[in-house]
Every structure is written in structure tokens, then in C-alpha cells.
Ligand binder design. Structure first.
Ligand code: DQA
Length: 139
């Protein structure tokens, strides 16, 4: 099984960015552990701060992966384009967030992705990604 994780803007700063909200682990550290935990899964990760690059990645990943785990970060709440790309592709997308966006500012309650996602996982810290992997492997 092949799964791609796509991370959006500012998630390259995990570990140092607002640690009280996003924790102290870098994504690279977490991803290394995740790959060990799911050694039977072919896991890849990609990060971009640029909206169009995320759309390009979703399009090029389509049909080349069994599942996509998408944390579009701030673009979740603003990007019609990323939402449309999720709708346009055949590969199922699970939306994840590290923080519980529903418990934060009002503007974070809106998601342009959720309606076209297979499901949404939020608020479990970096474990949200692990739960998303499980949603594909245990399905
Ligand atoms: C986030 C939540 C978003 O509202 C925020 O803009 C992020 C990270 C999360 O994983 O909790 O950058 O997607």
C-alpha cells in the first residue's frame, strides 16, 4: 500500500512553531518513527508553502497512491482550489489537523477540503497522521 502525506504552509516549522499548539517534535523525526511503525506501508511525505504546488502534487499523485493524507494547514480555511483538486482526483484523501481546529478561532472552523475528503481527523497532535494511516490500512 502506498500512502502520500502532503503538508501545507508552515508545517516545515513543526518543532519550533508554536510548540504549545503543535508540539516539540519536528515532522522529520515523527515521519521516521511513523515509517518504522508502518514498515509494511510505502509512506512518502511532501511539504510546500505554495498553494499551486499542493494542487500540482494532488494531481500528480492521483492514481499513483492508494491514499493521500492532507494537512493543508492555513489553506484548509481559504483554498477553493485545493478543495476542488481533492474533488477532482480519484485517490481518497483524508484531511488531518494536529490541533483541534473546531476549538480554535472561528476562521479555522471552515474547511474547503472536508466535503470532498474521505474523512477528517483533528486534534490528536501528530498522532492525527498515524490515525489517518490506520484509516487506510485497517479499512
Ligand atoms: C493546522 C490548523 C490550521 O488552522 C493552521 O493554519 C495550521 C495547522 C493543524 O494541523 O492543526 O497551520 O492545520
Amino acid at each position: 500500500m502506498k500512502i502520500l502525506i502532503i503538508n501545507g504552509p508552515n508545517l516545515n516549522l513543526l518543532g519550533s512553531r508554536e510548540p504549545e499548539t503543535y508540539g516539540e517534535q519536528t515532522f522529520a523525526e515523527f515521519f521516521q518513527n511513523l515509517k518504522q511503525k508502518f514498515s509494511e506501508v510505502d509512506l512518502e511525505s511532501y511539504q510546500s508553502n505554495i498553494e499551486g504546488e499542493i494542487i500540482d502534487k494532488l494531481q500528480s499523485a492521483d492514481k499513483n497512491f492508494d491514499g493521500i493524507i492532507l494537512n493543508a494547514a492555513a489553506y484548509t480555511h481559504t483554498s477553493v482550489g485545493i478543495g476542488d483538486a481533492v474533488k477532482a482526483i480519484a485517490t481518497p484523501v483524508v484531511e488531518v489537523h494536529i490541533s483541534n481546529t473546531s476549538a480554535r478561532e472561528e476562521f479555522r472552523h471552515k474547511s474547503f477540503i472536508a466535503a470532498n475528503a474521505k474523512g477528517v481527523i483533528l486534534g490528536f497532535g501528530l498522532q492525527s497522521y498515524e490515525l489517518a494511516v490506520l484509516s487506510f490500512t485497517k479499512a
